[in-house]
Write a protein that binds this ligand. Structure first.
Ligand code: PAF
Length: 286
């Protein structure tokens, strides 16, 4: 496995692979790799000739007062994971390699969807995400890039960005959320939850599954599902609900009724970490 730090080396390596006819899978990460990341890496490994993992804590997607400085970082542990999972190349650059001073990089516009939900809670977050993801795509020219469904709004916006730029010629592969036995979605930030918070954190998944059960049983009114989710999360002592909503899967805007593929989404603040989760709802009666 190669560990490289410069943009020039990354571009040269991927150019060589493409010239040799190899397909290239990219798994963008901010490190602190867990089983969720490993599922992306393993999927990429099973589908592509070459696999790149980028490890970069992107300062542009953190707002003032967020956890950029304390975001978990453990490069040695990450490299052990990528080595074990058969990654060909890890790119772990310094900030100047990603954003070279004086160079104007594309700044894809997240549009109105980028200002709702996570974008409302974290202004500027999706501008930062799309800028770094676009830069990664430019440097690596991947055949496919692998993203977790846990960050559903991010996935929606990245996918829309690539649809708007078909010349990128790549596929976005959505990989299912990996969960603990309690239902808690894996996240690097879970490490910051105290034991009691961790226990209560499964309320996000419980809320989503309750919404899904009611949808399956025929409930079509999104407000009813939202109220159920809010009650489940609000019933815990340590979670403070940020939002619970049902969005249309095709537009990521609020749905009033469940008559097209829809996703329940939730966010809650615990003392140690802010958590998000989501679930695709079954269509009523299915
Ligand atoms: O999902 C993440 O870890 C980050 O948002 C990403 C896609 C690596 C961009 O920094």
């Amino acid at each position: 496995m190669d560990l490289i730090r410069t943009a020039a080396e990354l571009k040269a390596a991927t150019d060589d692979w493409r010239a040799a006819g190899d397909s290239v899978g990219l798994v963008p990460t901010m490190g602190a790799l867990h089983a969720g990341h490993r599922s992306l890496i393993q999927r990429a490994r099973s589908e592509q000739d070459r696999v790149i993992v980028s490890i970069f804590v992107n300062p542009l997607q953190f707002g003032p007062g967020e956890d950029l400085d304390t975001y978990p970082r453990d490069e040695a542990a990450d490299l052990a994971v990528t080595e074990r999972d058969g990654v060909d190349l890890v790119w772990a650059p310094a900030v100047e390699e990603v954003y070279p001073p004086g160079v104007d990089l594309p700044l894809p516009d997240p549009g109105p969807v980028g200002e709702t939900f996570e974008g409302a809670a974290r202004p500027g977050h999706f501008e930062g995400v799309l800028k770094v993801v676009h830069r990664l795509f430019d440097l690596t020219g991947p055949s496919a890039a692998y993203f977790g469904e846990k960050d559903a709004q991010q996935l929606f916006l990245v996918r829309r960005m690539t649809v708007a730029e078909p010349e990128m010629g790549m596929t976005i592969v959505a990989c299912p959320t990996v969960r603990e036995a309690s239902g808690l979605a894996l996240s690097s930030r879970n490490a910051r939850l105290a034991p009691e918070e961790r226990q209560q954190a499964s309320c996000l998944f419980l809320a989503l599954t309750e919404a899904a059960e009611h949808a399956r049983a025929g409930e079509r009114d999104a407000q009813v599902l939202v109220a159920l989710m809010a009650r489940e999360i609000g019933g815990t002592t340590l979670a403070r609900l940020d939002y619970a909503a049902v969005v249309d899967e095709a537009t990521f805007t609020r749905a009033a009724t469940i008559d097209a593929p829809s996703r329940a989404i939730v966010a809650a603040r615990f003392p140690g970490a802010r958590l998000i989760d989501n679930l695709l709802l079954p269509m009523p009666g299915r």
